[in-house]
Design a protein around this ligand. Sequence first.
Ligand SMILES: C[S@@+](CC[C@H](N)C(=O)[O-])C[C@H]1O[C@@H](n2cnc3c(N)ncnc32)[C@H](O)[C@@H]1O
Ligand code: SF4
Length: 357
Amino acid sequence: MRVYVHIPFCESKCSYCAFASFVNPQEETKYFDALISEIALRSTGEEVESVYFGGGTPSCIDPKNLERVLEKIKQGFKLSPKAEITIELNPNSTTKQKLDFYKRIGINRLSFGVQSLNDKVLQFLGRRHTKKQALFAITEAKKCGFENISADLLLGVKGGRPKHDAARLLRAKVKHISAYMLQIEEGTKLKKLASKGCKKIASEDESAKIYQKLAQFLQKKGLKRYEISNFAFPGYQSSHNIAYWTGEKYLGFGLGAHSYDGKNERSANATNFEDYYTGKVTSERLSQTERDEEIIMLGLRCEYGFDKEKLSFDIEKLPSYKNFIKQKILFSCGNIVTLNPDYYAASNAVILQLLKD
Ligand SMILES: C[S@@+](CC[C@H](N)C(=O)[O-])C[C@H]1O[C@@H](n2cnc3c(N)ncnc32)[C@H](O)[C@@H]1O
Ligand code: SF4
């Protein structure tokens, strides 16, 4: 079983980001009290194989609050001694003191929001850090003894050189890179700029080409693409991410956090503080068709594929499936169906066609 903990605080809002995160430091104490109560209430004593502190920006809050959360998880669950414990960090709010603290409380995987190593691009994205600060934070993390370090890169801003950035990050001994195509989200500053025809945003075609080049480069360097956006050296894949894609059970604590029972029940906490404090939760029971769609969608985005036997229908009868197999766009081995990695960039089209049939 997996545990996700949402930290909904940021020091400022980046131009592209629509995540549930707020610039509201005065709320921190009350929020953590509520979070601790939620964990106590929903504890099941089950074995936990990974914990993920995501956000928002977990590095911008008092690390003692993260320690309290981990202690509560240890009280209410059986935290595996081998558990992967990840924290998302903004280089801007990462300090040596905090890194030492994280190490001491058992965090063993760091995920830095680097986005770019071009200061102009960083500025356009509304990031608070520079290239120098990002590389410094990673170096400090190495010095503090962290090995399992990941960096996020954003693709799709003109002037950015993601391949060049990735090469620099690999020299800094990063073991995992998440490369996300910049999404233009409703309600963001970027959306306004895009609707005014901003020239700095790359077209989908341009971004797809940049992604392909980056993917080739990373694979040549020995990283494995284990999901469309995720590349890792052997042994450094995130087991927490893999659990999401392979349909394992997870519990999400905190504002806006999602939970899934591993079968057909999903739930989500409220996305504003007031409703979260009252314990408002929305749940949905997935229909068999929704479940099938999810199995296909998640499976084809990663190297693990999906198990035909888990579907409620016979996929082999679909004309598009037969066609994709014939064209070697899909591979079938025993019960497992995977997408040919050469078609990862077109995965959405493949998935849509299968679901349409
Ligand atoms: C919670 S943030 C990471 C930690 C920290 N908040 C930070 O930004 O440094 C998770 C990641 O989601 C990605 N992300 C956020 N908004 C996105 C968008 N609109 N399109 C693509 N990726 C996005 C960014 O790469 C970001 O690093
Ligand atoms: S990208 Fe990260 S730092 Fe920026 S607003 Fe979103 S969660 Fe906060």
